[in-house]
Ligand binder design. Structure first.
Ligand SMILES: NC(=O)N[C@@H](CC(=O)O)C(=O)O
Ligand SMILES: [Zn+2]
Ligand SMILES: [Zn+2]
Length: 430
């Protein structure tokens, strides 16, 4: 029998308490809890106890690009970022488009043992956008896949999207869409379309390429009575459509990335490929709308879109470099600074957007739960005054495409706990 006693932690909206975890489950909550002397103790004075974070959108790169990230290194980065569960995107090589492939990702995640790795299944075979992948078989497999996405690519064919929504409806699944109409923003598009893309001479990515797909998918979700999730919404126009869909009672949810909440398009002026990401960084006005929409719940969740890339894929002229940036280890600090310190959200709101809501969207019943007796002990201790400066070299990720390097934040993740076991702590990262 394993046990852990967390002492002096501040729960949401209350006075400091002790929490005793036994066999991976919260066993007792109270003050001055007694425990046998052989029980592992964790002094958490001054720290806040939250449910472990859940990332709806992580690229772990294994199988196929183990030079950029492995399930083990990505899991370590996730744990360091306060996550207890991550959804591993399907755009690996081979693609996660079969039950067997999904089970392999699940098993590699279990072997790493730092975070629950829940595979996302591809919507279409090889992400080709044509034939549906084995959605039901993936769902019925040990991996119990219920989130499907061709992320990296948009499911552009409306008929394919319609069929996918019909299929997943049968078992309560959801399609997470990379909303980018490829006829309006092709694969070269890498800068928000506007005055800046003209000045920099970079192919433009207009907001309407995002918002028009969200609108179409909302109509398809209504028509099929199914659920759609909008990955990495990045524009005010996109938010406007999400707001409309929700007001119409359509089952649509949305996520925003930490980078779209803080970084703006002017980072591109130096043509540094570290800031090349899809969808691209947007103007200040969009960032303001994204923050307000996350605060008022129009956007349900924060998701990192952690997208590690090897140096030789990133260190190119801007137009040739790979799209994507790291995000797991810095997500809490970014969301805390942009949303909580600014007064837009309180810590309970942050816990909702980074844990409760994403767990609900993904159907992960062991995560995103209120901290109460009987709940699985998937927890994170955060230091809201844990000021620090990000050092890319200290990252657990195998990749170094870290746009946050050198930036200072006021909050930090202190300790992460997965089913009662410490998976990341300051001692271990020192
Ligand atoms: N976000 C990115 O810029 N890149 C992602 C793909 C994606 O999320 O669309 C990747 O897999 O590298
Ligand atoms: Zn995407
Ligand atoms: Zn992605």
């Amino acid at each position: 029998m394993s046990a852990l006693l967390i002492t002096g932690a501040r729960p949401l909206g209350g006075d400091a308490v002790d929490v005793l975890v036994r066999d991976g489950v919260v066993a007792e909550i109270g003050s001055g809890l007694d425990a046998p002397s052989d029980v592992e103790r964790l002094a958490a004075d001054g720290l806040t106890l939250l449910p472990g974070f859940v990332d709806l959108h992580t690229h772990l790169r294994e199988p196929g690009r183990e030079d950029a990230e492995t399930i083990a290194t990505g899991s370590a980065a996730a744990a360091a970022g306060g996550f207890t569960a991550v959804l591993a995107m399907a755009n690996t090589s081979p693609v996660t488009d079969t039950a067997e492939a999904a089970e392999r990702v699940l098993d590699l995640g279990r072997a790493a043992g730092l975070v629950d790795v829940q595979p996302v299944g591809a919507v279409t075979k090889a992400l080709a956008g044509e034939e549906l992948a084995e959605l039901a078989l993936m769902h019925r497999s040990r991996a119990r896949v219920s989130v499907f996405s061709d992320d990296g690519r948009c499911v552009h064919d409306a008929r394919v999207m319609r069929r996918a929504l019909e299929y997943v409806r049968a078992f309560g699944g959801v399609v997470s869409q990379h909303s980018q109409d490829p006829t309006l923003a092709g694969s070269a598009a890498c800068c928000h379309e506007g005055e800046l893309s003209g000045r920099l001479g970079l192919p433009g990515w207009p907001a309407v390429a995002e918002s028009s797909i969200i609108a179409r998918d909302a109509q398809l979700a209504r028509h099929t009575g199914s659920r759609v999730h909008v990955a990495h919404v990045s524009t005010a126009e996109g938010v406007e459509v999400v707001r409309w869909a929700k007001s119409a009672g359509i089952h649509l949810t949305a996520e925003v990335t930490p980078h779209h909440l803080l970084l703006t398009q002017d980072r591109l002026s130096g043509y540094d490929p570290t800031f090349k990401v899809n969808p691209p960084l947007r103007p200040r006005e969009d960032v303001e709308v994204l923050r307000a929409a996350l605060a008022d719940g129009t956007i349900d969740a924060v998701a990192t879109d952690h997208a590690p890339h090897a140096r030789h894929d990133k260190e190119h002229a801007f137009v040739d470099a790979a799209f994507g940036m790291l995000g797991l280890e810095t997500a809490f600090a970014v969301v805390h600074d942009t949303m909580v310190r600014s007064g837009a959200l309180d810590l309970a709101g942050l816990a909702d957007r980074m844990s409760l809501a994403p767990a609900r969207i993904a159907g992960l019943s062991d995560h995103g739960r209120a901290i109460e007796v009987g709940a699985p002990a998937n927890l994170v201790l955060v230091d809201t005054d844990g000021g620090h400066t990000v050092d890319a070299a200290a990252s657990k990720s195998l990749s170094r495409n870290n746009p946050w390097h050198g930036m200072s934040f006021t909050g930090a993740v202190h300790t992460t706990i997965l089913r009662g076991r410490v998976t990341a702590s300051p001692e271990e990262s020192a």
